[in-house]
Design a protein around this ligand. Structure first.
Ligand code: NAD
Length: 359
């Protein structure tokens, strides 16, 4: 197949880890006979320095025309004092909006060799393999905001609204993902107190009826937060609204304990998805060649699976990352003894992909 992929290195360690993601894509192309072409563009602080805006019209247009976007990270101390609309993270928000991305996927999987990184006991981490599906463009973060005065002082409002179609499309996506996994969806809400959550439940029930092969359970968000610590292995696909998802996915990341290993995908109606590691630009280690590229490389696996429909290729990249961790080829954030460089870790993954068996 042929595909065009936009590379947005961004700031700090972003370009270093995206370079390794690109090398892995090239290896997949070589091993499986695909033609990937790459378009390098700027985002975040790097784009501010050159274009005076964190996402230029030209970059957004290139992303819209592409099959997928691989992003590193944005931000850093150099741009911290700029006014709100000039902040690097505005570039990321504008990109999500411009591509119409309404779902964020974050897998949570603990590698058996890395359980000592987690704050949880190893027995609590056995078989943890779940994916969060967070609604990304609705809910309280995007509702009407207001302040007024009462006789007792200031009062603030944040409206939490969801329309049926916004719930339906993200729940449908969760069911589609679950059908290709362990066929279980957990829908997380606060239906005992929130009307928007009661609508969320009704819609989830309706979608479940159309998908008899996938089971649906409802869970209140407070109970889900606890169960993530006590029985995380019981979850398969967890779908939830924007703010609950924001909080629970960070809890999920803490559970894994290795920020540098965690990928994400943002999907919408269009064909173009956005793939990025969940970590930031890590200015403290930028330019040293020691950043962990595995979160970006696992994001490449998600890109192959969700935007290009290349399941065997995605699995080959995941297997190559697994082999790399098992061989102890790790950067300083994970290595006990002699740490490897970003490029050395990337090279090991590339070597493993090139020797992968097809199918
Ligand atoms: P961070 O994720 O950049 O770093 C937190 C800690 O984890 C640091 O000690 C860093 O060295 C380490 N770390 C992160 N990724 C690593 C990797 N791949 N390999 C090895 N170590 C890694 O979070 P922060 O320090 O809070 O933020 C730094 C900058 O990144 C800020 O400007 C922030 O706004 C931005 N940020 C961007 C994104 C994004 O682009 N999606 C996300 C979070 C933070």
């Amino acid at each position: 197949m042929q595909a065009t992929i936009v590379l947005l290195g961004g700031d700090g360690i972003g370009p270093e880890v995206v370079a390794e993601g690109k090398r892995v894509l090239e290896a997949v192309g070589e091993r499986f006979g695909h033609r990937f072409s790459f378009v390098d563009e700027l985002i975040g602080g790097a784009a501010l320095d050159v274009h005076g805006a964190p996402l230029s019209d030209g970059t957004l247009a290139a992303c819209k025309q592409s099959d997928a976007v691989l992003l590193g990270a944005v931000g850093g101390p150099k741009w911290d004092t700029l006014p709100g609309h000039m902040r690097p993270e505005k570039g990321l928000l504008a990109l999500r909006k411009g591509l119409g991305l309404w779902a964020n996927l974050r897998p949570v999987k603990v590698h058996p060799m890395l359980t000592d990184r987690s704050p949880l006991r190893p027995e609590r981490l056995a078989n943890v393999d779940l994916v969060f599906v967070r609604e990304l463009t609705g809910g309280v973060y995007f509702g009407e905001k207001k302040r007024d005065q009462t006789e007792r002082g200031a009062r603030a409002f944040d409206a939490l609204t969801y329309e049926e179609y916004e719930i339906e499309r993200v729940v449908r996506l969760a069911f589609r993902l679950a059908a290709a996994r362990r066929s279980k969806v957990t829908s997380v809400d606060k239906a005992n107190v929130l009307e928007s959550s009661r609508l969320w439940r009704e819609v989830a029930e309706r979608v479940a009826k159309e998908n008899p092969g996938v089971s649906l359970e409802h869970q209140l968000v407070d109970s889900c937060a606890m169960k993530l610590l006590t029985h995380a292995a019981s979850f398969d696909v967890v779908v939830t609204e924007n703010m609950f998802g924001d909080i629970l996915t960070d809890e999920g990341a803490a559970l894994v304990g290795s920020l540098g290993m965690m990928p994400s995908a943002s999907l919408g109606d269009g064909k173009t998805g956005l793939y990025e590691p969940i970590h930031g630009s890590a200015p403290d280690i930028a330019g040293k060649g020691i950043a962990n590229p595995l979160g970006t490389i696992l994001s490449v696996a998600m890109l192959l699976r969700h935007s290009l429909g290349l399941e065997a290729e995605a699995a080959a990249v995941e297997a190559a990352v697994d082999a790399t961790v098992r061989a102890g080829v790790l950067t300083g954030d994970l290595a006990g003894g002699a740490p490897k460089s970003t490029v050395e870790v990337g090279a090991y993954v590339v070597k493993s992909v090139l020797s992968a068996k097809e199918g």
